[in-house]
Design a protein around this ligand. Structure first.
Ligand code: COA
Length: 189
């Protein structure tokens, strides 16, 4: 699950200086986006938060107008933000709280998930948990392909349009213990 990144793509730890771009992506990705404060609080709490960045040299990004991804999604060092995840380790469990990409079906969501799974396995975590809107078919397809199973439903968990509520599906991935070296995990910039 620790795949090599395509040329031009890099990992970075999410930091406060990235939050303007992260929130720009978040607002595109979610009808009910996280606030900047929520991201800030996650960083402050020490949650695992990583970015997938691009320095402009990858065919996947160049295949379509780069303008579609900028300037809001440029981080301060000039690289483009392609996606991110935020997760928390609680004893031998990892909880995925947020994951989004700047453009769908480029494989970036899969890369982010692989990165998280590899990190969780390296920590010795036994289980990866997440909640997802019952209507979020792209996310459900991504997670099911990665081997997650649906184990519960939280009725009316999410806010929805017009003051309505939407169910959350609770998904679980049972992890195989795997000790990776730091070199295999490619230290983020
Ligand atoms: C959900 C999300 C992260 C998926 O990321 P992505 O980069 O599009 O996913 P990938 O390109 O890596 O797709 C990996 C696999 O997931 C499945 N998949 C992803 N999107 C799909 C879709 N719209 N329809 C069907 N299958 C889909 C496919 O099996 C796909 O493999 P394939 O392209 O070889 O067929 C992305 O749609 C997104 O950012 N959505 C908005 C934010 C969000 O909903 N986040 C999840 C909150 S729980």
């Amino acid at each position: 699950m620790n795949g090599v990144l395509p040329p031009g793509l890099q990992w970075a730890q999410m930091q406060a200086e990235h939050l303007e771009a992260v929130c720009a992506l978040e607002r595109r990705a979610h009808a009910h986006p996280w606030s900047e404060q929520l991201f800030y609080d996650s960083l402050h709490a020490g949650h695992q938060a990583q970015l997938l960045l691009c320095d402009g040299g990858t065919p996947a990004v160049e295949a379509q107008p780069v303008e579609a991804l900028q300037p809001a999604l440029r981080v301060p060092d000039g690289r483009l933000l392609l996606g991110y995840f935020v997760a928390q380790t609680l004893l031998d469990e990892v909880h995925l709280y947020n994951l989004a990409v700047a453009r769908a079906r480029q494989g970036w969501g899969g890369l982010l998930l692989q990165r998280l799974v590899a990190a969780a396995q390296a920590q010795g975590a036994q289980t990866l948990w997440l909640e997802v809107r019952a209507s979020n078919q792209p996310a459900l397809a991504l997670y099911r392909r990665a081997g997650f199973e649906s184990v519960a439903t939280r009725r009316g968990y999410y806010p929805a349009a017009g003051g309505a509520r939407e169910d959350a599906l609770v998904l679980r991935l049972c992890l195989q213990p795997l000790r990776l070296t730091s070199a295999q995990l490619e230290p983020a910039a």
